[in-house]
Design a protein around this ligand. Sequence first.
Ligand code: ADP
Length: 455
Amino acid sequence: MKIRNKLSLLFTAIIATLLFVFAMAVYLSYSQNREDEYYKELHKIAITKANLLLDAKVEPSVLQLIYRNSQNVLFQEEVAIYDTSFHLLYHDAVDIDKVKENSNMIHKIIAEKQIQFYQGKMQVIGLLYQHKNGNYVITAAATDQYGYAKLTNLKYTLIVAFFISIILIYLAGQYLASRALKPVSDMVDEVEEITATNLDLRINEGGGKDEIAELAVTFNAMLNRLEKSFDAQKEFVSNISHELRTPLTAMLAELQLTLGKERQNAEYKESIQHAISDAQKVVRLSNSLLDMAKANYDHTEITFKKLRLDEVLLDARNDVLHTYPDYKVNIIFEKEIENDDSISVKGNEYLLKVAFMNLIENGCKFSAQHECTIAITYHMDHTILRFQDNGTGISADTVSRIFEPFYRGQNQEYAAGNGIGLSLTKKIINLHQGTITVISELNQGSVFTIELKHA
Ligand code: ADP
């Protein structure tokens, strides 16, 4: 069911319930009022007749004549007057005799002084009337035809008004709901226009401050993020294919050229060396991409355990030195390690080693002496690692971009690379809820600082 219909039905149901309660209250109050008024009327007539008979000494036959000549004897109030010993003194019409009085009823009236009750639809009142020195029992009864007719009329008016109101309220609900939901249906139309090929489209925010405007702003913000990550993915893929194509094309050209004519052994050797170096670039790139994919895993899929950072660092240093024996990597402990906890973190050993290796390799390859120093220290709740070198440094205008995937700085000619190392390192540190920052001075060197919370 559409929200518009749901809303208008709900709206109608609520108002209908209120209207029903209201109509019932009006009806019941009117009905109670009619009953009370009619008992009062009967009381008044009973007293009047008693006075006419006892005070004014009007002959009973005259009173009966008046009664019988009234317009509608059947509906008129019929009065009977007895003494307290149940002797009938007067009766408007014995032949009609609406109330069948008996001695029980007379005794009850004497005991309670006044009683009132229904006999079918007819209201009956019985009262003990003191007149001069005597007590009399009077009964008066009649059906309040006029009052009932008004009550019935009121009932039908309320029923008709109730149903007409419900129809009007439902229509008003439909109108209100469609007005209230118009911005949403407009939004749906706009959203339907947005596909993967035109992610730059945005929906109208309308400038309002209501929930719909908030939804539009949130939706646009989500589209911004999607577009950004879509563009980043596209750029990433095109960078990867470029990075793969360059060494592969070079390798192919080298091998084809070598095979082009008969050559000396030394030339074959040199050509194979070049091909191996190009193949190594491809292997390094695919390893980096694999690590990047691992670092992009869902946090819950990566195993974390308590690690001593100095041990991971030593491991990373050994691996780098194994590949590049001419590099020099120094590790300095700035503070004495009093207990394991002060330099332990909860982390993934493999990924942290990859991050440290990237920073060590960068420090060494971008400095003439191929030397890098790592200082370890700790504070109350975190460990700090500073990777320092005295190399080329990074220019101020490129330093803000070095953590972007495939970005290579102004000094890229200085050493080979693919621009993935730092973006991967940052991803890994973020995954460990740590921070990485850089301070660098051209031709002076760079310091990369990593802070990681204790386990
Ligand atoms: P790559 O080293 O493969 O070029 P990285 O992502 O590791 O890619 O680094 C990105 C860029 O940051 C490098 O191209 C380089 O310009 C700069 N850079 C990183 N580390 C250093 C460093 N220690 N000294 C100077 N420049 C650096």
